[in-house]
Every structure is written in C-alpha cells, then in structure tokens.
Design a protein around this ligand. Structure first.
Ligand code: GDP
Ligand code: MN
Length: 392
C-alpha cells in the first residue's frame, strides 16, 4: 500500500529521523496560514501517490504566504501527471507546506527487500535528486548497496559504511549514521516494502535532513498495523482500480494493449500475458480473481475488464482448483448478458468442473469461444483477430 509524503514524514518523525518542519493543507487559505506561521521561504508540495512532482510543477519554492496561497490554489483540485502516473494523472486533494531548506548537497537512500538474498537491502548514492533513474541506468557504480541481516538487523558499522559512502561532511557523520540506523528501524518495524528518501540533503550548515519521503507498506502485513491501514487513500487509485479494490480483486492496467485478461493467480497471469502477446494480441490489463471468488465477484471482475476502453477482446484463462469452472462460467455469462457484451470472449478452462463450465459458455448464445487449453485459446484469439480485421 502506498501512502502520502506527509504520512510518511509523520512516521519518520516518530522514529527520530530529521525532516523539515511542515504542515498539510486542504485549502489555499490554510496553505497561506501555514506559510505565515512558518514565517519564511516555504515549499508547496502536491500530495499524491507518485514521485516526479518536481519536474512538473508539483513542488514549488515560494517567498511569501500570498504566493503559497496562489500555488496551493492552482494545485488543489487539479490532477498531476508525472512520469510515474498514467496519462490521466492523480488528483491533488492536499498540499504540504514545508519550511524551505538551503541545500548544499542532494543524496539518495532507499531500503527494499531483495528477493534473491531474502533480506532488506539499503541503496545509497551521492547522486540524489531528480535524476536518480538516470544514475541507476547509466552509472550504476555510483549506487552503493548493503544488505541488512534479517536476524541481526543493520549493524552500526554497516550504517557508518553507508554514511562514509555518501561522503557527508565530517561534522554530519554521526547524525547520518544514526539516521540510517533509524531508517532501517522504520522499514522493519512498520513492515515496509519500500522506504526511499530522495533527496536526503546536507544543508548549508551541515545538517542532514530527509527532504522527501516515500514509504510503501507491505499489504500482507497490514493486519499487524491497524493504525497504518487507516492511511489508505483510495482516491489516488484510478476508478477501475478502486472498483477492483472494493470487490477484493487485483486489477492491473497495462498500457498499449487490446486484450482484457481474467485469470486466477499471479503466475497464471504472467503466462497468460505471454500467450496473448505471442498470439499477436498484447494485454490491455489483467484481473486476478484469486482462488475463491464467488459468482458476484466474477461478474464484477468481468464488468471491470469491459469498462476498460482499450479492451477489444477478453481472454479468460482459468486453472480451477478451489475455484469452480461452472461458477466462473455462470458469472461471465450473467455479466456479459447484463452489459450486452458483443466483443469476442475466449475462455480456456481446466480443472474442477471444466466441462460443465465450457457447456454453460457454449449454450449461452454469446460471442464466447470455449477452449480446452491455452494452445486452443491461442488459435481462437488469432481467428478472432482475423475476423476483427486487426490481425498482424
Ligand atoms: P519529487 O520530485 O516528487 O521527488 O519531489 P521532491 O520532494 O524530491 O522535490 C523535488 C526537488 O525540489 C528536490 O530534489 C529539490 O531539488 C527541490 N526542493 C524540494 N524542497 C526544497 C527545499 O526546501 N529547498 C530547495 N532549495 N529545494 C527544494
Ligand atoms: Mn523526491
């Protein structure tokens, strides 16, 4: 789960990581008040679930409370499009007003789980700021990595090594070592999947401060943190993702595709997307119905896929174990009838009650082709593409 910068900053504050003084506002008038209270140059920052704000006017330095008010007025109620959002952008419902810092140097530090070694890994670089993606791509040697030990944690000498690699001024070495240790505790104790501070700054007077804060929380551990679960802001999701979220389904939009994919399980989703691509029909999305969806959820899943404007054809690939093919088939037929779906639907079903499921689809009178397996589904997709005149 993604959270906002002002929420991540609160967590950092609680763990003793230094951040700029800041408050959050929902109206331009509040923004002005806060800026006046801070009483010096401030930065107005759009609160959205995406980075890359600085490059598109989502982060602005201003000199007076009146300017803060103006910038807040233009951001609030707008949608911010950054290189990390889709073309629709994300709504700006809050802005954070932070005291502006005099920056000497912008550094980078993040913590993620490295699946290969099964441990959290810290990444740090002297090249922080808005071009970190380019650093990762063109000069990866400038990114320093250290793994934490799941049992021992992050030792002080590791934290000190990272601080040294960041080439902080001698006077800031102690504070940086402490900050790194505290950041690691933030990651572990909140069950994060990502903690990223970009930039971590050295100020003109050699203070080390987390200027930006991005935290992702591990969904599967949220039950252990009811207070963090409350930070969810589903308004930041696109409308179809919101619908899927409510129905307990996992929906992922993919750019540039034309086939909607309904599957059960993430591994099957990957295989299905490969097959769709191989058949010349790139996926526009995939929706994972999981193992135990009921007919109502299947109907909603189907409607969500249909509501995606890019979808010209639907591929259902089901490997029924706990899920039952006949229930899925009933759900598809009900949703297709209700929405007057005319676009072609190719369904591959195996496992529990597969024959029954295929019979239900075949008898539905809808534009549905049942296939016994994925090879059959590929043939059916190619055939449909030809009928649609969009074959390549
Ligand atoms: P992002 O673009 O969404 O990652 O937003 P950031 O919070 O990282 O801000 C983007 C950039 O704005 C930073 O890399 C800084 O260069 C600049 N910036 C943000 N806050 C301040 C500040 O208080 N003082 C100065 N001088 N620059 C700032
Ligand atoms: Mn940033």
């Amino acid at each position: 789960m993604n959270i906002h910068e002002y929420q991540a900053k609160q967590i950092l504050d609680d763990f003793g990581v230094p951040t700029p003084h800041a408050e959050v506002a929902s109206t331009a008038a509040e923004a002005k008040e806060i800026a006046a209270r801070i009483g010096r140059r401030v930065v107005v920052k759009a609160q959205v679930h995406a980075g890359g704000r600085g490059k598109v006017g989502g982060v602005k330095l201003v000199n007076t409370p009146e300017e803060a008010e103006q910038v807040a007025a233009s951001l609030l109620g707008s949608r911010l499009v950054t290189n990390q959002t889709g073309a629709n952008g994300v709504p700006v419902e809050k802005v954070m007003i932070a005291e502006a810092l005099d920056i000497k140097d912008e550094l980078y530090i993040s913590i993620v789980i490295d699946g290969d070694i099964g441990a959290p890994v810290l990444m740090a670089s002297t090249e922080g700021g808005m071009e970190i993606e380019e650093v990762a791509e063109y000069s990866p040697e400038k990114i320093f990595r250290v793994a934490g030990d799941p049992l021992i944690g992050l030792t002080t000498y590791h934290a000190r090594d990272i601080a040294l690699a960041l080439e902080v001024p001698a006077g800031a070495l102690r504070a940086t070592t402490k900050l790194i240790t505290d950041l690691y505790r933030v990651f572990i104790e909140n069950d994060c999947s990502l903690v990223e501070i970009n930039p971590l700054v050295i100020t003109q007077d050699d203070q080390i401060i987390a200027l930006d804060a991005k935290i992702n929380l591990e969904d599967d551990a949220l039950f252990r943190h009811p207070e963090l679960a409350k930070l969810r802001d589903s308004n930041q999701l696109d409308p179809l993702e919101q619908r899927a979220d409510k129905a307990d389904l996992a929906y992922v939009k993919l750019e540039g595709g034309r086939v909607g994919c309904m599957v059960n399980g993430a591994g099957l989703a990957m295989a299905t997307m490969d097959i769709a691509n191989a058949a010349g029909a790139p996926p526009a999305n995939f929706l994972d119905i999981g193992g135990s969806a009921d007919q109502g959820q299947i109907e909603e899943a189907f409607k969500i896929i249909m509501a995606d404007d890019d979808v010209e054809m639907i591929l259902v690939n089901l490997f029924a174990g706990i899920a039952r093919s006949d229930v899925v088939a009933e759900g598809i037929v009900a949703a297709a009838k209700e929405t007057n779906a005319t676009l072609p639907i190719v369904v591959a079903m195996r496992g529990t009650n597969a024959e029954k499921g295929i019979k239900i689809l075949a008898g539905s009178g809808l534009n549905i082709t049942g296939a016994p397996d994925l090879a059959g589904a590929t043939v059916a997709i190619k055939q449909k593409l030809q009928e649609m005149g969009g074959s390549n």
